[in-house]
Design a protein around this ligand. Structure first.
Ligand code: NAD
Length: 462
């Protein structure tokens, strides 16, 4: 466990973790199982502490913390534990006739020492869910939680060494300075979740050591509403948008719908907010707060980018932004240029699905794209025509709770993916092993000196 975080201390920390990895300690399946079980124990025994930290950092309700942070990591760890034997098995592959007698197989190998950098919005889930994959694959890990969720960062840094192998899994707390010191070190993989700007910094730093990188970034995930049960659509959109007060990477960022549907959809959105959070969401214990003043000011400025159809109240002292639906928003307004990352939902109108798809495809590929429609034909058209990290029909954000679905971006929303087996694959090298006996030297037929007879044999064999 590191306490000092200046650059030489960071270098020492990484070197110490590498020494443990090089000793082979993290490779046996027994070690991996122990770590995953310990992680599950931590999440069970320290749930209240983690939940209190999340409440302090983000005003999260305990049930929301359980559903969107703790239970997701627990389910990832349980899934990995139950399938570890299957995932780590070596698999024989057929050998072409000309190379026989021989055998060939693939064997997933750990990558080494991996760095996991997490953001503040789901500070437990986004630090520990990648760690599940790293541990399952037999790696040692250095974890960098976000300084913008300080209570959670401190709690994790204190708790983790009591459960996991503290020499193989180390937490380095801090912000930009510590991240920069970490990124100067050589890792075997960097798994980064955060914004596009820092993503570029990470990719540049990784290039120095030719380190492979997974980037889980953000973007503006659109929701297109073309019909179906509008009441249910509004509830699902409001639920997904207002989780963590809108500070969710896969939250629906804005809505595109038709002129005909817009008025009733806007009404239903306001109604769904009232149903879930009451007439005054400021008084609801179920609605979170904005992480800091900087983000509050950015969000408050968006309220002037359209007509406030519902919501619109703010309280800077409480870092409170009321769930707000904005209409009459220009596609060029600031609220439509940046990832909103807060409880403000612009509703824009388009002529039809085709126009909605052109609108989405004219912008950087989002992390997720949502279609609300009961038409199979529209759903297929959307799937085939949209570039996005994931597609979900008639539901938003919950796709990431399916462990076997890869979770990741496309284009500007990121590279690589994880969850379930995909996490294991992300942190493994599928190493091929080829093996030939020594008794028969059958390969001689392919060695120089070449002749017409050898040519005939080889051309027939291969
Ligand atoms: P961020 O990019 O500001 O910070 C992420 C991490 O990088 C933090 O740990 C931070 O300390 C570190 N960092 C900051 N400056 C750095 C620098 N110069 N060099 C190296 N590291 C640095 O992101 P954030 O504000 O914490 O999180 C919000 C962003 O994350 C949003 O864009 C959101 O969409 C995205 N996000 C993506 C996912 C996903 O799974 N794809 C999930 C959550 C959040």
């Amino acid at each position: 466990m590191s306490v000092r975080t200046d650059a030489p201390a960071v270098a020492d920390t990484v070197a110490a973790v590498r020494k443990i990895y090089d000793s082979g300690r993290t490779r046996p399946l027994a070690w991996r199982r122990d770590q995953l079980q310990a992680l599950i124990r931590l999440l069970t025994e320290a749930e209240a502490e983690l939940s209190a930290a999340l409440r302090r950092d983000l005003g999260k309700n305990a049930l929301e913390s359980y559903l969107t942070e703790i239970s997701i990591v627990r389910s990832e760890a349980g899934h990995a534990l139950s399938r570890l034997g299957e995932w780590t098995r070596s698999r024989r592959v057929p050998v072409p006739l000309g190379l026989l007698p021989a055998s060939a197989r693939t064997e997933p190998q750990p990558l080494g020492v991996v760095l996991i950098i997490a953001p503040w919005n789901y500070p437990v889930q986004l630090l520990l869910a990648p760690l599940v994959g790293a541990l399952a694959a037999g790696n040692a890990a250095v974890l960098k939680p976000s300084e913008l969720a300080p209570a959670t960062s401190r709690t994790l840094a204190r708790l983790l060494p009591g459960y996991l192998d503290p020499e193989a899994v180390t937490v380095v707390e801090g912000g930009r300075e510590e991240s920069t010191a970490l990124l100067a070190e050589r890792f075997n993989h960097i798994f980064f979740t955060g914004g596009e700007q820092v993503g570029k910094v990470v990719l540049r730093a990784a290039a120095e050591h030719l380190t492979p990188v997974t980037l889980e970034l953000g973007g503006k995930s659109p929701a297109v509403v073309m019909g179906g049960n509008l009441r249910a659509a509004a509830r699902r959109l409001v639920y997904a948008k207002l989780l963590n007060a809108g500070q969710t990477c896969v939250a629906p960022d804005y809505v595109l719908t038709t002129e005909a549907l817009a008025p009733s959809l806007v009404k239903q959105l306001a109604r769904a907010v009232r149903e879930m959070f009451g007439e005054d969401p400021a008084k609801s214990a179920d609605f979170g707060r904005i992480v800091n003043e900087g983000h509050f000011d950015r969000l408050a400025s968006y309220l002037a980018d359209g007509t406030v159809a519902s919501g619109g109240r703010t309280d800077r002292e409480q870092l409170y932004i009321e769930p707000t639906v904005l209409t009459k928003v220009s596609p060029d307004a600031a609220v439509m240029q940046e990832e909103i990352f807060g409880p403000i939902l612009p509703v824009l109108t388009v002529a039809d699905l085709g126009e909605a798809m052109s609108f989405i495809n004219s912008r950087p590929a989002p992390l997720a794209a949502y279609l609300y429609s009961s038409s199979d034909a529209e759903q297929r058209r959307f799937e085939h025509g949209i570039r996005a990290g994931s597609i979900s029909h008639n539901a938003s954000t919950i796709q990431l709770a399916v462990p076997e679905l890869p979770f990741g971006g496309a284009g500007a929303s990121g590279m690589g993916a994880y969850h379930g087996k995909h996490s294991f694959d992300t942190f493994s090298q599928l190493r091929p092993v080829f093996s030939k006996g020594t008794l028969l030297d059958t390969l001689r037929v392919a060695y120089p000196r070449y002749s017409a007879a050898k040519t005939r044999i080889l051309r027939r064999l291969l």
